[in-house]
Design a binder for this molecule. Structure first.
Ligand code: UDP
Ligand code: MG
Length: 318
């Protein structure tokens, strides 16, 4: 078993006053159980990140810490920055103390008992353990359809993500330090974590319904999240413009030929040939040029993200 076994459970919270009392109770039981089993150290903590909530979330977290500082920690963001940023803030704070970090939502939708399997996998030498939903019975048809469609579109666009995995995962300290090298502002953790590499595995769990309160991800936020994910990882939409440009340009040549033949056959009104020709030709050339410019913008975009070009896992050199 790995002697470096301090676990931090990072939980981003936005207006979660209804669920926090229950979540903290259950997480505490889990941490005490894992400590008793000797799987995690006594320095392990549950770290709640308050994402600028306007309700009682932070007072509740402060109180938990005041009562049991050896179990609960808190991070308070200066304002609401969104789930992904709150999670990153928690990870970057916890990495200073932890050997492994589990991230999960506050609403108890992620089965807490899956943490056992994640910690076991960590002790077996895995550095990233993805929590994967086995089924989505509790989601509405709409949520299931849009969410699963999202994974499929991402895959089709060549983005490397784990199917049906949200942000419930364990990462070793080394993996989180790798994550810290990704400096991009448009954060889409689900896409970045697989880029870090290292030995990884999955743990399946059943996703429950939200314990209390309502989803903080309405359709609008979900769409924005999906668009962010796609545009942060894929230049395929740009390629699509380029391909379209090529196709239209080729069609324009055919149309040009057709217009010319029609003119020679004498079955056209005056001006039709030149109009037809120029509309198609100009449309094609414009799309083609946009696609070419897009290619360069895509390159600039990738450069500005300054992603690490490699992360070394180990070196043999004596
Ligand atoms: N969350 C956050 N900041 C936000 C929105 C959500 O920290 O601006 C947290 C929220 O408290 C929860 C997690 O992100 O712990 C997931 O949100 P939610 O459960 O509402 O999303 P859903 O499960 O419906 O997709
Ligand atoms: Mg939820």
């Amino acid at each position: 078993m790995n002697p470096n076994n301090t676990l931090y459970i990072v939980v981003p919270c936005y207006k979660e006053q209804e669920v926090l009392p229950e979540t903290s109770k259950r997480l505490k039981e889990k941490v005490l159980q894992l400590r008793a089993q000797g799987k995690i150290s006594d320095k392990s903590r549950i770290m709640f990140v308050n994402d600028g909530s306007s309700d009682n979330t932070w007072p509740i977290i402060s109180q938990l810490h005041a009562q049991e500082p050896e179990i609960f920690s808190g991070v308070n963001l200066s304002r609401n920055r969104g789930h992904q940023n709150a999670l990153l803030a928690g990870l970057m704070t916890a990495v200073n103390y932890a050997d492994m970090i589990v991230s999960m939502d506050a609403d108890l939708q992620d089965d807490i008992n899956a943490v056992d399997g994640m910690v076991d996998a960590y002790h077996e030498g895995f550095e990233v353990v993805y929590g994967v939903r086995s089924k989505r019975d509790t989601d509405t048809f709409f949520k299931r359809f849009t969410a699963e469609g999202f994974y499929k579109v991402m895959k089709a666009l060549g983005v490397d993500i784990v199917f049906n995995h949200a942000d419930y995962r364990l990462m070793s300290r080394r993996a989180v330090e790798g994550l810290a090298q990704f400096k991009e502002v448009n954060l889409f953790l689900r896409g970045i974590v697989p880029q870090i590499g290292y030995k990884w595995t999955t743990v399946t769990y059943e996703r429950a319904e939200r314990f209390a309160g309502e989803s903080k991800y309405p359709l609008k936020k979900m769409l924005a999240f999906a668009a962010d994910g796609i545009t942060s990882f894929s230049v395929k939409p740009i390629r699509l413009v380029l391909s379209l440009g090529v196709v239209i340009f080729l069609v324009s040549l055919v149309m040009l030929l057709y217009a010319l033949i029609a003119k020679i056959m004498g079955s056209t009104t005056a001006g039709w040939t030149s109009l037809m020709g120029s509309i198609w030709l100009i449309g094609g050339v414009q799309l083609l040029s946009l696609g070419v410019i897009g290619e360069y913008i895509g390159k600039i975009y990738n450069e500005t993200k300054q992603r690490p070009r490699f992360i070394i896992e180990s070196v043999l050199n004596k």
